[in-house]
Design a protein around this ligand. Sequence first.
Ligand code: SAM
Length: 309
Amino acid sequence: MSQETPTILPIQPILANSAIMEAVTRQSYPAATLYVVATPIGNVCDISLRALHLLSIADAVACEDTRNTAQLMTRYGLHKPLISAHQHNEREVADKIIARLQAGERIALVSDAGTPGVSDPGAKIVDAVKKAGLQVSPLPGASAAISALSASGLIHDQFYFVGFLPAKAGQRDTLLQSLINVPATMIFYEAPHRILESTQAMLNAFGAGRQVVFARELTKLFEEIHRCSLGEAQAWLNADSHREKGEYVVLIEGHTSDEDNDQLEAKRILAILLKECSVKQAALLAAQITGQKKNALYDLALELKNAEG
Ligand code: SAM
């Protein structure tokens, strides 16, 4: 993916004479409004004209990390007062934002990347501003979840956004168990240092046959979108040491009607047993637990064992 962008993008001079910029600036941006502005998730050019214009007329920009936002704004030749609004001070800063909005200001709310309030700070500020009877308006743009879904190739009438899994293994596994029968494509965010462990937990929960899509470093130089079965996932992750780095969205195919519930249960039980027993013993015990055929369970256990590598 090419990222050849000049260091500074003086957006207003570039677009000042164009008809499109005229249309953007002629639109109405009411005062006394909080604007929730999406910013790029990697590629600095992925920001809308309306977002840039709003940032240029806002009285202040509330942001997760002032250094990141200052850098983004500078690239577009924009300089505005920044208000630090992160996950630890959202409630307090909301009061300050409300006071400024009541005085008739336009305030932009951004996060470090993507859409504020989506696994990012912002939702509490929006809630407080709305409760104070003030206007909130979104300026849509990049979100890692939707970008990954759109390029996943998974056919989805519905999707289920999970976001980050709990860091603690027990809580993570309980959540995954609760998702086994979700019929929609599931979307997870994951940190690179946990990707191997989480993928193993997903394999244990959903079974080797489910399709998974890894959307890594979207819109960046080393973007990768890889689809395989959960049984093949560890091998793909281990094939390149770079895959333990970078940002990931993980999508899991939803439960389908042709995926037999009994088989899912058998896979779950086998995955647990295989941690302690041989393939043969695991198949034997699983047959006793589930009442299913030993031979079929043996094949399934072998598949799971091979997938683990
Ligand atoms: N609010 C953001 C959004 O709308 O996408 C998400 C913020 S969340 C704190 C950050 C997580 O989003 C990362 O850990 C990763 O899972 C995912 N993410 C963000 N940028 C990404 C990218 N360029 N490629 C893949 N995943 C990304």
